[in-house]
Ligand binder design. Structure first.
Ligand SMILES: Nc1ncnc2c1ncn2[C@@H]1O[C@H](COP(=O)(O)OP(=O)(O)OP(=O)(O)O)[C@@H](O)[C@H]1O
Ligand SMILES: [Mg+2]
Length: 467
């Protein structure tokens, strides 16, 4: 799938030194930004009353005054209209730089300008801005939209699912969530946690297929110091990390048999024994397992333990595939258009009749995730206000579901990129990336990061733990 064209930010440069200004503009132009330039404070303020750049880069010493007054002027603008700010200071004037940061500037650079550093700073500030924007869009949207926690949908099947989640959340035994790829198993697990009285305590998700089998045991149960080569220090396992909270064992169908036996014991006894340690540790963790596989068949084949299966299945939740929730399909598609249009800053009303017919006809083997990807791509390619068939991937046009595509893109290493390419990042991902940005900003100082984020240090640790 080709990447959507990324939106090009606009930048206002305020610099009276003509040769420096020309140099900077050249660099920025090569990056494809939309540019405006002025040489005085007065012109800059005039420009800001006419346009809304994403970023203002300003020298602090200007012919008709000090750049700080521009910073202050910008900070008085309404938040949604306020550009980010990078100030350029003379070499050695650290105090001024600090003052500018305190007044609200996002970064500062000193003369003589190091161009690599300069571009890095511009990209970082703009990425930060984009993430803040996406977060606010999500907050806004989640206020308006119908659903349950982060699960959207009003079909009978979904309302039934929400009722089930409410009931199961109040109980304690293990839960087994069945559902095809992309149906929202992880969202259901999170909703279960949020609805339960474990809310506020850790929610950890682990992909059982993603961990080499020889590491699984210590990953789950921890290990004592010196338990095996490479284990210098003792380490807590996921069960202890999730103490008091919920542990999601995703893709449980991939769990090797010997470990199934150990997990079953942990579930039955409510305690775990770290590798290389003699005594057991009590744990209070609710286990939720999820799979897209037919576990009963795996039991029949002998690759899944029957006793483990029955223990997990204390509460079973089945998420129906998207194609069986016809009345959700259209609504979800429209909601995703609104989300992506807002994130990408576009005015798109929805689908034309022909495009909607194609969507309705397509079976979406990758379920909600595939729908989300299809819509994000369509929004990026759409140059009018309605999505048309030509904006949809060809598999929808000839109705040939691609069973490989879109189903498993979530472990894509690209995901660490700040602006997700193919799909809308989830709120948790955004939160994680934002926290990481803030941490980078303060050189990993967690106390300062927590203060900047306006959260307690313990909350920060919890957020970091969830990675
Ligand atoms: N009902 C829904 N409302 C809104 N978004 C949804 C819904 N269901 C799924 N999604 C979105 O679809 C994507 C896939 O969801 P999730 O990761 O929970 O699926 P999954 O069943 O765990 O998939 P897999 O089997 O591939 O792990 C996510 O981006 C999620 O936010
Ligand atoms: Mg999943």
């Amino acid at each position: 799938m080709s990447q959507p064209k990324s939106y090009k930010a606009s930048i206002l440069l305020v610099e009276d030194d003509q040769s420096l200004s020309a140099l900077i503009l050249d660099e920025l132009e090569a990056e494809g930004f939309q540019l405006m330039a002025t040489a005085t404070l007065e012109e800059a303020q005039q420009q800001l009353s006419l346009s809304q750049p994403d970023l203002v880069i300003t020298d602090l010493r200007l012919p008709d005054g000090h750049g700080m007054s521009l910073v202050k002027h910008i900070m008085q603008l309404e938040e949604s209209k306020r550009p980010s700010i990078i100030v350029i200071t003379a070499f050695g004037s650290v105090r001024q730089a600090v003052e500018a940061l305190q007044a609200g500037a996002d970064d500062f650079l000193t003369k003589p300008l190091d161009l690599d550093h300069f571009l890095l700073s511009v990209h970082k500030v703009l990425q930060n801005r984009q993430i803040r924007h996406e977060l606010s869009v999500f907050r806004e949207l989640s206020k308006n939209e119908q659903g349950f926690h982060r699960l959207l949908g009003k079909s009978r099947a979904m309302r039934h699912l929400f009722d089930q989640i409410r009931v199961v959340a109040r109980a304690q035994g293990p839960v087994l969530i069945h559902g095809e790829s992309g149906t929202g198993k992880e969202l259901v697990a999170r909703a279960l946690h949020e609805e339960s009285d474990r809310k506020g305590r850790p929610f950890l998700a682990v992909n059982c297929a993603g961990i080499p089998s020889e590491l699984l045991e210590s990953e789950f149960f921890g290990h004592a110091a010196g338990a095996f080569t490479g284990a210098q220090k003792a380490r807590k396992g996921l069960f202890q990390e999730a103490q008091g909270g919920t542990l999601l064992l995703d893709e449980i169908g991939e769990m090797p048999l010997p470990l199934q036996a150990k997990l079953l014991r942990a579930l039955q006894d409510g305690s775990v024994r770290p590798v290389g340690q003699d005594n057991e540790v009590k744990v209070d963790v609710r286990v939720i397992a999820a799979t897209h596989r037919d576990l009963k068949q795996k039991v029949a084949e002998g690759s899944f333990r029957e006793d483990f299966y029955y223990r997990l299945e204390t509460f079973a939740i089945l998420i129906p595939p998207l194609r069986e929730r016809e009345d959700d399909l259209e609504r979800l598609a429209q909601q995703f258009v609104r989300q992506h249009a807002m994130v990408q800053g576009r005015q798109i009303q929805g689908f034309n009749e022909a495009a909607m017919t194609l969507i309705r006809r397509y079976p979406f083997p990758g379920n909600v995730r595939e729908l989300q990807n299809v819509v994000e791509r369509a929004v990026a390619f759409c140059e009018t206000d309605l999505i048309e068939p030509r904006h949809l991937p060809s598999r929808l046009l000839d109705n040939t579901p691609d069973l490989g595509a879109d189903l498993h893109d979530k472990h894509n290493p690209q995901e660490t990129r700040l602006l997700a390419g193919n799909r809308l990042p989830t709120l948790d991902e955004l939160q994680r990336r934002y926290v990481q940005l803030v941490l980078d900003e303060v050189q990993g100082n967690k106390r300062r990061a927590a203060a900047l984020l306006g959260i307690g240090r313990r909350t920060l640790y919890r957020w970091l733990d969830q990675e």
